[in-house]
Design a protein around this ligand. Structure first.
Ligand code: NAD
Length: 263
């Protein structure tokens, strides 16, 4: 138990279960004295999210489907009834129709493209605008990205394009909010077996490839992404904004297969 987040409160969006990156970040924040409200996608997830929240002493849980602007307004109104301000927000939400997370990107239909960009990118802009309006200087906004934003990775397709737009949004919003003392950053996490990841074609192969070829020769642990999230939300990263911080055991620097890795 530490005190890094003592007196700071905020919203964590995207807990689906105990493998969620959002859950790892929430645990790290709560262990440092931070106060967290969860938003969850819908009723089906509430029974999973409620006991997790209770286990770290949280009781503010709000449904919020981010494809619905009205639902986002309602969620922020609920939080505003309880808290007069917030200090941080975590957006750990992404979605694309898994039918298009395999095969060719070229074949992505317009509806699937717009839905992926809406839920995986625009939703961060939408919640960041509302969150920033509730923040004082020192506020911090955080989202989650993946290497597929910067380079081609197999099967990531329209999600890679959505993450590229998300990372660009981090930079533009960092500039918009910088003089208000509000920071905007992303963690680009290495592959982790979560519910969202299970929709990506050949995900086991991606995990194995990263494990064999990352400089650290292993995959990143959920707790390590939690720790990096805590850093970006806390005053420790007070001079950091517009950053996409890789937490991937170094995989993003790799240009070739490791010579010791099997073919
Ligand atoms: P997860 O399945 O635990 O979390 C994804 C969350 O998105 C879920 O809670 C789901 O309910 C939520 N969501 C989807 N559509 C939504 C909607 N319309 N409204 C509200 N919520 C919605 O998986 P995760 O891996 O923890 O994903 C969190 C974030 O991390 C995502 O942005 C993902 O792209 C990113 N990420 C994951 C990995 C990985 O390998 N797991 C790597 C890098 C980045």
């Amino acid at each position: 138990q530490g005190t890094l987040m003592q007196g700071r409160r905020g919203i964590v969006m995207g807990v689906a279960n105990d493998r969620s990156i959002a859950w790892a970040i929430a645990q790290a924040v709560a262990a440092q004295g931070g106060e967290v409200a969860f938003t969850y996608q819908g009723e089906a997830l509430e029974k999973r999210v409620r006991p997790l929240a209770a286990s770290i002493g949280l009781d503010l849980l709000v449904p919020c489907d981010v494809s619905d602007e009205g639902a986002i307004d309602a969620a922020f109104a609920t939080v505003a009834e309880r808290w007069d301000g917030i200090d941080f927000l975590v957006h750990a939400i992404g979605f694309a129709d898994k039918q298009y997370l395999r095969g060719r990107y070229l074949d992505t239909p317009k509806e699937a493209f717009l839905q992926a960009l809406d839920i995986s990118c625009y939703s961060f802009v939408s919640v960041a605008r509302r969150a920033a309006a509730m923040m004082k200087p020192g506020g911090s906004l955080l989202t989650l990205s993946y290497l597929g934003a910067e380079r081609w990775t197999p099967h990531y397709n329209v999600m890679g394009v959505a993450k590229a737009a998300l990372e660009a949004s981090v930079r533009y919003m960092a500039a918009d909010l910088g003089d208000a003392g509000i920071r905007v950053n992303a963690v680009s996490a290495g592959p982790i077996k979560t519910l969202a990841a299970s929709g990506i074609g050949d995900f086991r192969y991606i995990l194995k490839w990263n494990q064999l070829n990352a400089p650290m020769r292993r995959n990143v642990a959920l707790e390590e992404v939690g720790g990096a999230g805590l850093y970006l939300l806390s005053a420790l990263s007070g001079g950091v904004t517009g950053e996409v911080h890789h937490v991937d055991c170094g995989y993003h620097i790799v240009g070739m297969k490791h010579p010791d890795a099997p073919d």
